[in-house]
Design a binder for this molecule. Structure first.
Ligand code: MIC
Ligand code: SF4
Length: 645
């Protein structure tokens, strides 16, 4: 039986486990990346492991999220990360160099290699044929130390692309169509592999737009083959030597196959507040628009911004619209400046932002009250923009630029003949903002620079025999990590200060939650399906841990968040019978009388609802390895306990 593309990379990196869907496998990781919002904690964890130098082929620390420096905190954290990187063998991408995923694709991505990153959009690397996955910071720290990265062996979903995109329709419309069909839960437990004749019509950055937003499907990762187009891209990046051909075997077996005819696609938009609420732009109609933002790791490539420039050239942004543009990398930005396209953007009235995540993570450019904002980003979760009642629509760069001029949601196909963008034969290459680490001989003298914003981590303890606690919060389906631990310009600077962050936990759903936790000292969270979707931020586990959350009982989990809970020593439990969800009310007193023995033996977990006088069963979503971890009170405790053995 032949292998799929992802199975081939998994096979060549398999350290433990069987390649049968559903079982836990351990993978050798070739490359890691971190960004600054998750990086500080990840490097504190790496330091706690006591490994002097990273054991990966390439590890890169990017500064791209916390670039709005309204106090000392972010700048201090950047300095800390820079010093850790220098000491421990990690390349450091300075602020201004660009968004981690865009820069990694340009300068470091290699087909056939494995990459994990402390950011959920790490699968962007799948656009160049990497097996690239988002992970919690602690998992990235372990991989930097040479440890395996554990995942559940995914099922294989093949998406066949046939035909060719019509003018003005672009890669964003493809992934929005996939999201419309599969929803934000449709990729859970799967690798999405793209194939078919349509693949050769897409450039590497277009493929990366698609694999990037595979994160919104909940997929383990998404991947494209590495072909002649990949080779051309790498050659234009001066890295032809990194190219290898990669494709699935002709007789590869997929668990599911979906076909999308590119010729039939129209411009699409994801409506508030979920990336899968997708409609055709034409169906929504000429809605008035207040703001347009172009950029983010999804759509900020040279190709994307040249398209935007060609639409804006000689025009003026509508007087009722604020247009903000953030190029994805210094490479992109410099090339736009050199070829004059930047002048077209500026003179049309675009507000040019630095190469960073910016408005995507609520770092500035929050829309007006109840404002309608079109964004080329990947997430439109409620409140994420920084304006609680803003209405965010996710669209392609073409739709965004056309609408910025007209002031209403506009199908770019009404613009007439399109100007196709040629992929450059040579990208502008200057890695002067990537600082290499110190030589091994000098590393011991590098001083780590710690700012006062770095506070202690919540301590964990071994799992007790029983747990008795109230259901301090009950929430519905598709709760995102932005609900659990919001981001944005006011909160993000405190990513290394868990006590302070805890004041904002679940703020979007219930502002009283942190106080309720403090009063009760301990608690359990009840949730619906796909709990914890979205970001990889382990803060969504560390903060509840700090607030005394012992277990989370839900209908189903998103992959990375579930792993983060286990790493933190919080027990991730799934209702055996989903109907039991309806029998629990917030503040019910629950008891897990035999939890330790049940986790030890891997058997069903009995839950008593003392308030209602009922009982039900739940299942711990834990591998054997994770069960040991949870018994010890989390991965750090477990590692400490076992390091002497
Ligand atoms: C996001 O897009 O939500 C983030 C901010 O990039 C997160 C990481 C974080 O919370 O720091 C992600 O996607 O993992
Ligand atoms: Fe940054 Fe937004 Fe991409 Fe997250 S999704 S890495 S915040 S640009």
């Amino acid at each position: 039986m032949g292998l799929t593309l992802a199975q081939k990379i998994i096979q060549s990196h398999l350290l433990s486990g069987e390649m049968t869907a559903g079982s836990e496998i351990g993978l050798k990781i070739d490359q890691t990346l971190t960004q600054d919002a998750t990086g500080t904690v990840a490097y504190l964890e790496f330091e706690a492991m006591g490994v002097p130098r990273v054991k990966t082929e390439r590890s890169v620390a990017y500064i791209d999220h916390n670039t709005l420096q309204t106090g000392f905190e972010n700048a201090d954290d950047h300095r800390f990360i820079q010093s850790v990187a220098k000491k421990h063998g990690i390349y450091f991408s300075r602020p201004g160099n660009g968004i981690c995923h865009q820069v990694h694709l340009e300068r470091f991505g290699i087909p056939g290699k494995t990459l994990i990153g402390s950011d959920s959009h790490t699968p962007t690397g799948g656009g160049i044929g990497m097996l690239a996955m988002g992970a919690g910071g602690l998992d990235v720290a372990v991989a930097m130390g040479g440890g395996a990265y554990y995942i559940t062996m995914p099922k294989m979903l093949r998406i066949n692309l046939t035909g060719k995109l019509s003018p003005w329709v672009s890669a964003k419309d493809i992934i929005l169509e996939v999201l419309r069909i599969l929803t934000v839960k449709g990729g859970v437990g799967k690798v999405v592999e793209y194939g078919g004749e349509g693949v050769s019509t897409l450039s590497v950055p277009e493929r990366a737009t698609i694999t990037n937003m595979g994160a919104e499907l909940g997929a383990t990762t998404s991947i494209f083959p590495s072909d002649e187009i990949t080779k051309e891209f790498l050659k234009a990046q001066g890295r032809e030597q990194d190219w290898i051909e990669l494709k699935p075997d002709a007789d590869a077996v997929y668990d599911e196959v979906l076909t999308i005819n590119l010729s039939e696609l129209a411009p699409m938009a994801a409506c508030p507040h979920s990336p899968d609420k997708v409609k055709k732009v034409g169906e929504i109609g000429k809605m008035k628009v207040d703001q347009v933002c172009i950029g983010s790791c999804t759509n900020s490539s040279y190709r994307d911004l040249m398209r935007v420039a060609s639409i804006l050239k000689g025009k003026t942004v509508n007087p009722n619209v604020s247009l903000a543009i953030a190029p994805g990398s210094k490479q992109v930005y410099t090339m736009l400046a050199q070829n004059g396209a930047l002048a077209d953007l500026i003179s049309a009235g675009a507000r040019i932002l630095e190469c960073a995540c910016g408005p995507c993570i609520g770092m500035g450019q929050s829309p007006n009250t109840a404002g309608i904002s079109l964004r080329t980003f990947n997430r439109n979760f409620e409140g994420r923009s920084g304006t609680a009642d803003a209405q965010i629509y996710l669209v392609s760069p073409e739709t965004a630029a056309a609408s910025a001029i007209t002031g209403v949601l506009t199908d770019a196909r009404t613009l007439g003949k399109e100007n196709p963008v040629e992929m450059p034969a040579h990208f502008y290459i200057n890695d002067n903002l990537i600082v290499p680490p110190a030589d091994e001989s000098e590393a011991k003298d590098v001083e780590i620079l710690r700012g006062p914003n770095i506070k202690e981590f919540p301590a964990t303890a071994a799992l007790p025999q029983s747990i008795e606690a109230k259901a301090l919060l009950k929430v519905g389906d598709n709760i995102t990590t932005d609900h659990i631990m919001p981001a944005g310009s006011k909160i993000l600077p405190y990513r290394s200060n868990i006590p302070y962050l805890s004041n904002f936990c679940f703020g979007v759903c219930d502002k009283e939650f942190p106080e309720r936790c403090r009063q009760n000292g301990k608690g359990i969270i009840i949730g619906g399906a796909n709990y914890g979707q979205g970001s990889s931020r382990e803060h969504a586990a560390l903060v509840p841990l700090y607030l005394g959350i012992k277990a989370v009982i839900v209908k189903s989990f998103a992959r990375i968040h579930c792993a983060n809970l286990a790493n933190a020593g919080i027990i991730p439990l799934m209702f055996k019978n989903e109907k039991d969800y309806d029998t629990i009310d917030q503040m019910d007193e629950l008891e897990l009388p035999n939890i330790r023995t049940e986790i030890e033996n891997g058997t069903a977990v009995l839950v008593k609802n003392l308030t209602k006088g009922t009982t039900f069963e739940a299942e711990a979503v834990l591998s054997e390895r994770q069960r040991k971890m949870v018994l010890a009170g989390g991965l750090l405790n477990y590692t400490r306990e076992n390091s002497g053995k």
